[in-house]
Design a protein around this ligand. Structure first.
Ligand SMILES: Nc1ncnc2c1ncn2[C@@H]1O[C@H](COP(=O)(O)OP(=O)(O)OP(=O)(O)O)[C@@H](O)[C@H]1O
Length: 240
């Protein structure tokens, strides 16, 4: 038994313990950050440009490494995880980006099916589940179209369908409404709220003050790499 590898008791879905990310030039993108995220939470990560939001998200996905501290995601210690195990970690995390990142030469159906093919799902399951998720995101009638034939909001729905098709317990959204107009942004937020109400934890980095203020969820505010506020039912910048 390797006691050093034992996980702490009562581990929440995500835990950061004294995490610092320091780059070669000495700049610290995160400084001694500690936080717990419980299963089923909806969390906004806010802060000005350069505050450390993307760095935080990259740590969860193991796209970056912490210089100091411990990170646990979905029952696994990520901070010392072997590269070989990273693909298994990523299966637990659906990811949605500001710029959608769809495959331009694949149809809506194929873009979503691709995420199941990667994990070697059975063809029969793909044929059953892809139409189901497309109807949940309101795109059942657009399955044959290519990304360039869709509006920005529709493209983001495809990317949410792709992120959710393998039922990850956590959905990470990095500025998912950043390229969308206000009405379309609200449609996307309604969809994210529905997904959260079905039990998926959502962590969303955003600059959108209105969305954060209206949604009344937990808000973690970063400034210069430090958590300066962490409150339930919070607002974007409460001093405003
Ligand atoms: N490889 C790197 N080397 C040095 N500094 C870096 C590196 N990557 C990021 N940084 C710095 O770390 C800080 C945090 O960056 P990060 O991308 O996490 O900010 P952010 O809050 O996501 O900003 P934005 O809202 O503009 O996306 C910034 O000052 C950035 O310049």
């Amino acid at each position: 038994m390797h006691f050093a590898d034992q996980l702490p008791e009562d581990l929440p879905q995500i835990r950061l313990e004294g995490v610092t990310v320091r780059f070669d030039d000495g700049h610290e993108a995160l400084r001694n950050v500690s936080l717990d995220v419980q299963k089923g939470e909806f969390i906004f990560v806010v802060g000005p440009s350069g505050a450390g939001k993307s760095t935080f998200i990259k740590l969860l996905l193991k796209e970056s490494d912490a210089t100091e501290g411990k990170i646990y995601v979905c029952g696994k210690k990520v901070s010392n995880m072997h590269r070989r195990k990273v693909p298994f970690l990523r299966r637990q995390l659906g990811v949605v980006f500001q710029d959608f990142r769809l495959l331009p030469n694949k149809t809506v159906y194929e873009n979503v099916a691709f995420a199941m093919e990667i994990i070697e799902a059975k063809e029969r399951d793909i044929r059953r589940q892809v139409p189901m998720i497309l109807s949940i995101v309101g795109l059942a009638d657009k399955h044959k179209l290519y990304p360039h034939q869709l509006s920005g909001g529709e493209q983001q729905r495809v990317s949410i369908a792709r992120a959710m098709i393998n039922n990850p317990p956590v959905l990470i959204a990095d500025e998912p409404t950043g390229n969308l107009d206000p009405d379309t942004s609200w449609e996307i937020m309604k969809l994210l709220r529905q997904i959260n109400q079905r039990g998926t934890t959502i962590i969303m980095a955003t600059h959108d003050k209105t969305i954060v203020d209206v949604m009344q969820q937990r808000v973690i505010a970063l400034s210069e790499g430090k958590i300066i506020r962490d409150e339930l039912g919070g607002c974007y910048g409460c001093e405003d």
